[in-house]
Design a protein. Structure first.
Length: 137
């Protein structure tokens, strides 16, 4: 392992807009983090498996389709099953078009923070660095 913070940037569901995810992936990479970008149209199950196989420190899910209330909690459930623990030591972030009123339910499901449109990449990178749940070698 490289000792860098490892981030999985994923696009769950049928959402075909990946510009924001690519901007976030580049911001993480420019900040010295190792980024695994999953590409479009991934199922929550695929993303959970990738997150475990890649032993990431952070999962950043980008969603614009409006299916965040279903796909993100499903990812978290699958991730818990893949990790075989309820105590997730991975920072889980969500971003995209997510109405304010939906954020509490996402956080209750296990999302650590939600970033909406217009959030600076610097804010996201700094939040990530300061809120890691496990030490990075």
């Amino acid at each position: 392992m490289s000792g860098k913070i490892r981030v999985l940037v994923g696009k769950p569901g049928l959402d075909g807009h990946d510009r924001g995810a690519k901007v976030i992936a580049r911001a993480y990479r420019d900040a010295g983090m190792e980024v695994i970008y999953t590409g479009l149209h991934r199922t929550p199950e695929e993303l959970a498996r990738m997150a475990v196989e890649e032993d990431v420190d952070v999962v950043a899910l980008s969603i614009l389709s409006g299916a965040h209330g279903t796909l993100i909690p499903r990812f978290i459930d699958c991730f818990k099953k893949e990790k075989a623990t309820q105590d997730l030591d991975v920072l889980i972030l969500a971003g995209g078009i997510i109405p304010e009123e939906d954020i509490p339910a996402l956080k209750e499901a296990g999302v650590d923070e939600v970033f909406g449109p217009g959030t600076s990449t610097e804010t996201i990178v700094e939040f990530t660095r300061s809120h890691l749940k496990r030490p990075v070698a």
